[in-house]
Design a protein around this ligand. Structure first.
Ligand code: GUN
Ligand code: ZN
Length: 439
């Protein structure tokens, strides 16, 4: 993509934060520079270091963006979100299956209209970027046209996005149903068209076991074996009623996870949303297969699904990330996800540190997706997707930030009080793609 010459190389001065390990076991695993410079060249991180030394070494014509007072970190990565559910956010208060019938399926019906879907895709991407999210793993609808429209919108903006057409061939309204065992040819066509093009990745997307026939799940597994590097996303063990129903539909399976495992869906680059009511043996199986869980706190609370068990997930060695699950989730903002995640941990006598929460929404999420060499780290050579958080964005945030003596305290105050007003800038491949709306 052609870029204005002055965007080829640019230095960003701010407080810098990046991770190189999971700080879950302590406060290690991060690098924090109170006055740092991120040097971006041709969309990639060229250097990350203290301003004092880096400024002296820069080529003399390098433009410098001075954002001292702000915190620069990798853009958020949201590993579980539904693009059409921008139209149901704020409709919680019902449990999963009831909510799907009452709000979600009727809203997704509108996406049969590709022009409607294309406009919604723009609104959805605007919301992600305003929230500081630069990569997301996205469910589209059952409609190939809507999925195509989403990819086209993401590609036009040069964003690293992963998405897929929902596969659903039973237990859903006629108007959203793939032919029995179908939806697979459309999936193949979308993969040919989009997977690996620009910064797009394709996720094979069976909605959940209950809304696919065994033939459709087997077909999803076959597609994954055909194309290296594909992603997979589905829902797992979110709600007790859903789990009992799945057991009735698949009596031969040992567990809910086993339904997917028998079809080859439990693998690397596979993200299973929720994973609340799981046996430990299933968590271990997921870990062994290199799969990941997406912890969606605002959704789990809004739909009354249950409490994600961080300690059990860690004990199994299972990777997880923090995600929004809009529109079961109630906010596009990963600040809200992190804040609610801390509370869910506390309700179970567990602890989630602010540093770990930020890790889980950045590098931790990139690792769940198998994309850690590209995004989420701000390591030299990686793609320069980053955000600038302005802790002075609101009077209360500024007041509490000024009183925060340590980085951990600052991050806790940010995740509690910040919202999209505090996302001063969102950059994709070093190029600003969103400025705070009130600025
Ligand atoms: N399970 C199956 N479909 C959905 C969905 O759209 N949202 C959530 N939260 N869970 C699901
Ligand atoms: Zn979901």
């Amino acid at each position: 993509m052609a870029r204005p010459a002055d965007l080829q190389r640019r230095a960003w001065r701010a407080a810098l934060l990046r991770f190189d390990a999971d700080p879950g076991t302590g406060e290690a695993g991060h690098e924090y520079l109170p006055d740092g410079v991120l040097l971006v060249e041709a969309g990639r991180v060229a250097a990350f270091g203290p301003a004092e030394t880096l400024l002296r070494e820069l080529p003399p014509d390098t433009p410098i963006e001075d954002h001292r007072g702000c915190l620069l970190l990798p853009g958020f990565i949201d590993t579980h979100i539904h693009f059409p559910q921008i139209d149901v956010i704020g409709s919680g208060g019902r449990v999963l299956l009831d909510w799907l019938e009452t709000h979600t399926f009727p809203a997704e019906r509108r996406y049969a209209d590709t022009a409607y879907a294309a406009a919604a895709a723009e609104a959805f991407l605007d919301e992600l970027l305003a929230s500081g999210t630069t990569t997301a793993m996205v469910y589209c609808t059952v409609h190939a046209g809507a999925t195509d429209a989403f990819f086209a919108a993401a590609a036009r903006r040069g964003l690293r996005m992963i998405a897929g057409k929902v596969l659903m061939d039973r237990n859903c309204p006629d108007y959203l149903r793939d032919p029995e065992g179908g939806g697979l040819d459309e999936t193949r066509r979308l993969i040919e068209r989009w997977h690996g093009r620009d910064r797009i990745g394709y996720a094979v997307t069976p909605r959940f076991a209950a809304s696919s026939t065994p033939a459709q799940l087997q077909g999803a597994g076959a597609i994954l074996r055909e194309h290296p590097g594909l992603f997979m996303q589905t829902h797992l063990a979110e709600n007790r009623q859903e789990i009992a129903w799945t057991a009735e539909l698949y009596p031969e399976a040992r567990s809910y996870l086993d339904v997917y495992d028998r079809c080859g869906l439990v693998r690397e680059r596979a993200v299973f949303a929720h994973c609340i009511h799981l046996e430990q043996v299933d968590r271990r199986r997921m870990a062994q297969a290199g799969a990941a869980a997406a912890f969606c706190p605002t959704s789990n609370l809004s739909l009354g699904s249950g409490l994600f068990d961080i300690a059990a997930t860690d004990a199994a060695g299972l990777r997880f990330s923090i995600a929004t699950d809009v529109g079961g989730g109630t906010s596009f903002s990963q600040f809200r996800s992190m804040d609610e995640a801390v509370k869910i941990a506390m309700l179970q006598g567990q602890y989630l540190s602010p540093l770990r929460a930020f890790y889980l929404a950045t590098l931790g999420a990139a690792r769940c997706l198998g994309l850690a060499t590209q995004i989420g780290s701000l390591a030299e050579g990686s793609e320069a997707d980053f955000i600038l958080i302005d802790p002075g964005a609101t009077p209360l945030l500024a007041r509490r930030h000024a009183q925060s003596a340590t980085l951990s305290q600052q991050l806790r105050v940010i995740m509690t009080l910040a919202d999209e007003r505090a996302i001063r800038l969102t950059c994709s491949m070093g190029v600003p793609v969103h400025h705070a709306r009130h600025a």
